[in-house]
Design a protein around this ligand. Structure first.
Ligand SMILES: C[S@@+](CC[C@H](N)C(=O)[O-])C[C@H]1O[C@@H](n2cnc3c(N)ncnc32)[C@H](O)[C@@H]1O
Length: 282
């Protein structure tokens, strides 16, 4: 430490001169994480060189590959706004990812100022960054849990404090179910979450769309780099909404779900990369 540093307040010293390894201990900066790679693709700052390297590799598989992630954030905004306009006052956002420009609570609270949002993600970096963002928002919480453990999540005390399961809920599963392998039985898992919702609730889900050979190499790269990332057909994605009434226009590619403006002139692979929709529990 220099003499100048020694005169600084300890907090100012830490900020101006962060020691190596400033990251929370539970965060492994040598292995890419799904949340940080997605953040890097979206142009965020909460990622490390290993994440940026994977992000660059993945987006290069598809012309204008970054746009697929941007479309997914955009449809999240349109879908949450739609749900809040239907009177949905509480949301569970499973696999919420790192906070970015417009998060679920910000969109929902523009319409319903006291809308409640429970963010759930299994990556501890989401909790580390989410806490700071949400510190002054009493209607939100961040829970670190694995979506494959529905009983743990559905009975989590922080979730139960914020969310009333006797009232309609907006359940968000955007870009998360494609991180489950077939042998993890994603269909039954989504069904378990659907069963916890009262009538008048909604499931909002998006997922990587299988385009055969066109997406084969990208899927291989995802599995190699991140260990997860499954493309499924539109029929398989539609089956996650079993027993629900699909909101118009049904299960479609992200940019086609209730667009705010004109549709893209051509529908390239990046526009078709992720699709989904919203279903209402009768
Ligand atoms: C592609 S990001 C999607 C973020 C956000 N939902 C969106 O669509 O913009 C996927 C997120 O799911 C999280 N995730 C992956 N597997 C998970 C699991 N088994 N349990 C909980 N979260 C998981 C990752 O950490 C990551 O933050």
């Amino acid at each position: 430490m220099t003499q100048d540093d020694a005169n600084l307040h300890p907090l100012a010293r830490a900020i101006s001169n962060p020691p190596a390894g400033w990251e929370p201990k539970e965060i492994d900066v040598s292995t890419p994480s799904v949340a940080r790679v997605y953040d890097a693709i979206l142009g965020g700052k909460d990622n490390f060189p290993v994440d940026r390297a994977v992000a660059e590799e993945l987006v290069a598989f598809v012309p204008d590959g970054r746009a697929a992630a941007i479309y997914n954030r955009a449809v999240l905004g349109r879908g949450v706004r739609y749900l809040a306009e239907q009177g949905i006052r509480q949301f569970i956002d499973l696999g919420s990812g790192l906070p970015t420009a417009r998060n679920t609570h910000q969109v929902a609270q523009e319409i319903i100022p006291d809308a409640r949002v429970a963010y759930v993600d299994n990556d501890p970096i989401v909790l580390a960054h989410g806490r700071a963002l949400l510190a002054e928002n009493q209607y939100t919480t961040v829970i670190t849990a694995d979506v494959r453990q529905p009983e743990e999540i559905l009975s989590h005390p922080d979730l139960r404090t914020l969310i009333d399961f006797d009232q309609p809920i907006g359940l968000l599963m955007l870009g998360i179910i494609h991180h489950l392998n077939d042998d993890e039985d994603p269909g039954s898992l989504v069904a378990r979450y659907r069963s916890a919702l009262v009538g008048g609730s909604y499931l909002f889900l998006t997922h990587f769309v299988d385009h055969g050979e066109e997406t084969e190499e990208l899927q291989k790269a995802l599995l190699t780099d991140l260990g997860t990332g499954r493309f499924r057909t539109m029929e398989e994605i539609a089956a996650y909404f079993d027993g629900l009434e699909l909101v118009e226009p049904g299960v479609v590619y992200n940019p086609l779900w209730r667009p705010d403006g004109p549709l893209p002139e051509t529908i390239r692979l990046t526009e078709k990369m992720i699709g989904g929709g919203i279903g209402r529990k009768p």
